[in-house]
Design a protein around this ligand. Structure first.
Ligand code: C2E
Ligand code: CA
Ligand code: CA
Length: 707
């Protein structure tokens, strides 16, 4: 269609009328083609579809009605406006014209000026109509492309139209739905809210939505229905399957608020619950207690039995806490039946919390703490070992201690750490003085961090003496920290902090390099060759760069690898055995000696040691301390020495302070001793003198050597 000049086909067998019509149409801004009978009119239209046809009824040959009918059959003829020219007041003709498909009619005599207007109007109407048809086509395509269900409903809830999957209705076809009330094919629990919303949308004019459940392919699914006014008294409802979306949302919520291992709420969740609980308590003057539960020495169990066992233990403890708060156990609460009264979370590694609301009196929180401790301390079967774990509990109270959510959590945590320090398995209420200690620890960690760069560390060396010869055959390197304000800080105080914070890696590396260089320096100075023992913490051992770090330290110092011995702890040997063996073999392959430190304090049996490539066993100081008087310790020491020898391991006893201890160890065949009896750990400068004067007190009855 040419927009600028529409084409009008004038069909009349009277030349005069054609001429006048021509004039009028051109005047109206249109182009004209003329036909003087029906046949040529149809030919003309076939060749070029006109935008409007002015058609005389009375013509020779094919009359106007027939032409009209046929025009409608032609391509482009279906919607073309056909204006029929009839005789005045010829009612039958008018009737027949409409029946033949005419759009409108004019009567003779024709008022040509009005005809021009009429033509313009009809062309305009035709254009809008065409646009409307186009828009409808587009909308239908749009609707067909949307996977949602769509209902058009009237105020009474009758369905005017429907597209979408029919599986949700017992009706079989779209036609069946048309004209039916929603209640005919939707369950009542959906129809009721739907009707409410339809009324709402029609009243307010604003879109609204609701969610409902509907069976789709017999499976219950979640749907969201959105409603908007689509005409007077008519509402368009788009119904979308949101099952997957809802599931994804639920999953995200689970991930964000729950701990995967135990299925308990996490710290995030607790904080929100705590916030609400505090607000509620503020309003109604209630009391709250927050219990922070920390497993004692959990890291050790993790190290000893492996992470899988550790995870299992945590899950078990989680269940245990949950179960022990069920039903009658919550007697401390005013409403023991109320599910909201307790709230268990896991807020990190081995820490759990219990939030008690509606607390009658503060002391009742202690009752819950004791109950939990009792429940947790029942033996748990782990990797075929019966393990007994204990926990320490810290308790913070609202409104007693503090009002803030974060400080409640922090205070409970602080109290828990205090309980731990006082010995495992206890509970403590928070008190303000506790913060000072926590701060101190934090400060220490901060200063430890700086100590590495500030070179505040140095090493002392404690000789290991061969009992048979009385000679010093090696030294153990022991770290010292000279703190600018605190003075000397014991490694027993800062090594655990270094371990927890990860600072042990740079510190341990420094110890290794310094110790290796020192041993090399003594050799350069012409002293008798000795081995250097260096302590390795569990965390250091686990570091995947360990073998490289050790190799680098030896290389850098130019020390023979055989002059370096690593002290590892017994607990390490029980963790992920195959991996530990592989690592120990790699270290052995370099030529290093390996020693098990603090032996007898862990869970390992001597026969178990067979599997590891070890050289020396160090009997823990705790077994030496009461020797030879304590018969138990004597028996243990004796057994360790005998068993170690049967495994071809050398035995060192540490912490030997008295001649009596030495005598006992000598009698039992212990190979080496280390302890204050011979020497305390000393600075490097003092070591040469000890090597030059290798003297051990003789066994009772022998002459004591002088020097
Ligand atoms: P450890 O490896 O068991 O070291 C032996 C500890 O016993 C040392 O304490 C030593 O001074 C002390 N000792 C030696 N002989 C006697 C004695 O006859 N009687 C008594 N009562 N004690 C004696 P120190 O130097 O305070 O070290 C404590 C712990 O700190 C060490 O225990 C070790 O676990 C750790 N440590 C020390 N230096 C390092 C290090 O460089 N790296 C790592 N990872 N840990 C270290
Ligand atoms: Ca040691
Ligand atoms: Ca030791």
């Amino acid at each position: 269609m040419n927009q600028s000049a529409s084409l009008v086909l004038v069909v009349d067998d009277d030349p005069a009328t054609r001429l006048l019509a021509h004039e009028a149409v051109v005047e109206a801004g249109c182009a004209v083609v003329e036909a003087n009978d029906g046949v040529s009119a149809l030919a003309c239209f076939t060749e070029q579809a006109a935008d409007l046809v002015l058609l005389d009824v009375e013509m020779d040959g094919m009359d106007g009605f027939e032409v009209c009918r046929r025009l409608r059959e032609l391509p482009g003829g279906k919607h073309v406006p056909i204006l029929m020219v009839t005789g005045l007041d010829d009612v039958t003709s008018i009737q027949r014209a409409y029946e033949a498909g005419a759009t409108d009619f004019v009567t003779k005599p024709i008022h040509w000026l009005i005809l021009g207007h009429r033509v313009r109007y009809m062309l305009r109407a035709r254009r809008s109509e065409a646009e409307l048809r186009q828009s409808e086509r587009r909308q239908r395509a749009l609707l067909a492309a949307i996977p949602d269900m769509m209902f058009r409903v009237d105020r009474a809830g009758r369905c005017l139209d429907f597209t979408g999957p029919l599986e949700i209705t017992p009706l079989a076809s779209t036609d069946e739905i048309r004209g039916k009330p929603l209640a005919a094919f939707l369950p009542r629990r959906v129809v009721e809210p739907a009707m409410e919303r339809i009324t709402e949308v029609l009243t307010t004019g604003r879109p609204t939505s609701f969610e409902c459940q509907l069976p789709l392919k017999r499976q219950p699914r979640a749907f969201e229905a959105r409603l908007a006014v689509s005409g007077p008294d008519e509402v368009l409802t788009i119904v979308r399957d949101v099952t997957e979306r809802n599931e994804a949302e639920a999953r995200i919520r689970r991930l964000a608020y729950y701990d995967e291992l135990t299925g308990l709420p996490n710290r995030q969740y607790l904080q929100e619950a705590l916030y609400q609980a505090v607000r509620a308590a503020e309003r109604n003057g209630g009391r709250l207690a927050l219990l922070c539960i920390g497993l004692d020495r959990f890291q050790r169990i993790n190290d000893t039995l492996g992470h899988a066992a550790g995870d299992f233990l945590l899950a078990t403890v989680g269940d245990c806490i949950r179960n022990s708060l069920r039903g009658g156990d919550t007697v401390a609460l005013e409403r023991p039946d109320s599910a909201a009264a307790t709230h268990v979370s896991r807020i990190g590694g081995d820490e759990f919390t219990i939030l008690l609301t509606d607390l009658k009196q503060d002391q009742d929180a202690a009752g819950v703490a004791r109950r939990i401790q009792e429940a947790i301390s029942r033996p748990i079967l782990l990797n075929n070992n019966e393990i007994v774990v204990t926990c320490s509990v810290g308790i913070a109270l609202y409104p007693h201690d503090d009002t803030g959510v974060t400080s409640l959590l922090k205070n409970a945590d602080t109290a828990m750490h205090h309980a731990k320090e006082e010995g495992a398995g206890g509970y403590r209420f928070y008190s303000q003085s506790m913060n000072a200690t926590a701060l101190e620890r934090l400060r220490l960690e901060e200063q430890l961090r700086k100590a590495v760069e500030r070179e505040e560390f140095f090493l002392h060396y404690q000789p290991q003496v061969e009992i048979a010869t009385g000679r010093v055959v090696g030294v153990e390197a022991l770290i010292r920290w000279h703190h600018p304000e605190l003075g000397m800080v014991s490694p027993a105080d800062f090594i655990p902090i270094a371990e927890e914070s990860g600072l042990i890696s740079p510190i341990g590396e420094w110890v290794l390099r310094t110790a290796c260089r020192q041993n090399r320096a003594w050799q350069e100075a012409g002293l008798p060759p000795i081995h250097m023992s260096v302590n390795l913490s569990v965390r250091q051992f686990r570091d995947e760069r360990l073998v490289d770090t050790v190799a680098a330290a030896i290389d850098e110092a130019g020390l023979a690898a055989t002059r370096l011995q690593l002290e590892i702890t017994e607990s390490l040997l029980m963790e992920d055995v195959e991996q530990v063996i592989t690592k120990l073999r790699a270290l052995k392959a370099m030529g290093l000696a390996l020693e098990v430190d603090d032996f007898g304090t862990g869970y390992s049996s001597l026969s178990y040691l067979k599997r590891f490539p070890l050289d020396t066993l160090k009997i823990d100081r705790s077994f030496v301390r009461e020797l030879p008087g304590d018969t138990d310790d004597a028996a243990v020491s004796r057994a360790i020495i005998a068993m170690a020898h049967s495994l071809r391991l050398r035995v060192v006893a540490e912490g030997v302070e008295t001649v009596e201890q030495l005598d006992f160890l000598r009698r039992e065949g212990c190979d080496l001793i280390q302890g204050y009896l011979f020497s305390r750990p000393v600075p490097a400068e003092e070591v040469p003198a000890l090597l030059a004067a290798p003297l051990l007190p003789a066994a009772a009855g022998m002459a004591a050597p002088t020097g």
